[in-house]
Design a protein around this ligand. Structure first.
Ligand code: GLY
Length: 430
């Protein structure tokens, strides 16, 4: 099979890495990919942007691509799957209608309410004075969300009514996120611990992936602004077998069935961003219509099944016939970012030491990387690398990942030093 992976981040490097190991796959193309994907065997980067659906389609037809796997949300919400399927091509990811689950917070909150799926109380506004009145009514802390896609920056947790009103004003009046902020969702803040729960769905059946947990804040101790994610591990001890069953029964299954009832057949990765609230109940914070980044990096490092086998089963509506098996060891990935990310940061700093750290239990997944004209590896984005380690316990995986990071150098490099500590609190590891 010829496989095309769409995207350029750490998630897409991990997907391409897993795909190229499949016995079913002859060659993997990544559009546009990064320096890391260009170095993988049997893998070629293609200079087409992830949102240029027409060029991707032409490439897929010309190169007889058998399966396209879409990493990021934007091409999915723009309808890449609809376009590919109309032309008779296999494309893994929800169609534009189903991708609204990520593309519109208002759509999702209304859907959750209609189907009695647990999530915070909310109201949606396009008028600033009504939004401010509601903010005064519910009081802090308050969550203000841009309705549309805002590259992970459209959710503000406000500790005061003034901060919430400023966030709503920025979105509704100053159009900080453009059209994505023309509507805002204002919801109650739910205290608790966040976790990710990701499945493969074929319209009807659900194949859960191993549990994983992300670290969204930029600094240690979950402080500072939210990022796309600064590190992740799998499994996540907060999702014990009892909690997993509750998540499936109370959230994932009602979601897939509810979508079906409304005429929406969801096929693709389905990512539930959850909070396990203070009373131990799982509630939906958001849905994503794709895999998480950086959750994918530890997940793919632990996956022992053939990824392509699982995806083909889903595309062919035969998901019930396959099972996913996982390495018993824990995997933990730490993101190395540019100083300043998620705000302004510089590009072009040289990166050294990545080759020396790779082994059977350590993999460096690239994100914002490129080669300069002399062939040197350089930083080319906010999140740059995700150093991922496998070890018998989370603690050992953590030690191994950080030991390897100490061998990587780059000016203005930033990373969190506490990835995995939350898991240690559950497992009572030292
Ligand atoms: N890691 C969070 C996300 O992918 O949205």
């Amino acid at each position: 099979m010829q496989v095309l992976v769409v995207g350029s981040g750490g998630r897409e490097h991990a997907l391409a890495w897993a795909a190229r190991q499949s016995d079913l796959v002859d060659h993997v193309y990544v559009a546009p990919g990064n320096a890391g994907t260009s170095l993988e065997p049997n893998t070629t980067n293609i200079a087409i942007g992830a949102e240029d659906i027409q060029s991707l389609l032409e490439f897929a037809i010309k190169n007889r691509i058998d399966l396209t796997i879409v990493g990021p949300e934007v091409p999915l919400t723009l309808g890449i799957t609809d376009t590919f399927v109309e032309c008779g091509l296999r494309c893994f990811g929800p169609d534009a209608n189903a991708a609204q689950l990520e593309g519109s917070k208002d759509f999702t909150k209304r859907f959750l309410k209609r189907h009695g799926i647990p999530s915070a109380e909310f109201r949606t506004f396009n008028d600033i004075s009504a939004a401010c009145q509601y903010i005064d009514h519910i009081g802090p802390p308050i969550v203000v969300k841009a309705d549309g896609l805002a590259a992970g920056k459209g959710v503000i947790v406000a500790e005061s009514a003034d901060v919430a009103k400023k966030a709503a004003t920025d979105m509704l009046i100053n159009l900080r996120f453009g059209a994505a902020g023309e509507k805002v969702v204002i919801e109650d803040f739910l205290p608790g611990e966040e976790t990710s729960y990701i499945c493969i769905v074929d319209g009807e059946d659900i194949l859960p992936l191993a549990s994983s947990q992300d670290h969204k804040a930029v600094f240690d101790g979950d402080t500072g602004p939210n990022t796309g994610g600064m590190g992740a591990y799998s499994p996540a001890p907060i999702v014990d077998p009892e909690m997993e069953q509750r998540i499936l029964d109370e959230i994932i299954q009602p979601t897939v069935k509810g979508l079906m009832k409304e005429g929406i057949r969801y096929t693709g990765f389905l990512y539930a961003g959850l909070i396990i609230d203070d009373r131990g109940n799982p509630q939906v914070l958001e849905f994503n219509c794709r895999l998480g980044d950086p959750e994918t990096q530890p997940l793919m490092f632990r996956l022992r099944s053939d990824l392509i086998d699982l995806i083909v089963a889903a595309v062919d509506n035969k998901l019930a016939t396959v099972r996913a098996s996982w390495d018993d060891r824990a995997a933990l990935g730490v993101v190395l970012s540019a100083k300043g990310y998620p705000g302004n940061y510089s590009k072009g700093n040289r990166i050294t030491g990545t080759d020396a750290v790779e082994s059977t239990d350590v993999k460096v997944f690239h994100a914002g990387t490129a080669f300069d004209s002399d062939g040197n590896l350089i930083a080319d984005g906010g999140r740059i690398l995700c150093v991922t380690a496998l070890a018998p316990t989370v603690k050992q995986a953590q030690l191994r990942a950080y030991e390897m990071i100490s061998q990587i150098s780059m000016d203005d490099m930033h990373f969190r030093r506490d990835i995995g500590n939350k898991a240690l609190a559950y497992t009572m590891e030292d």
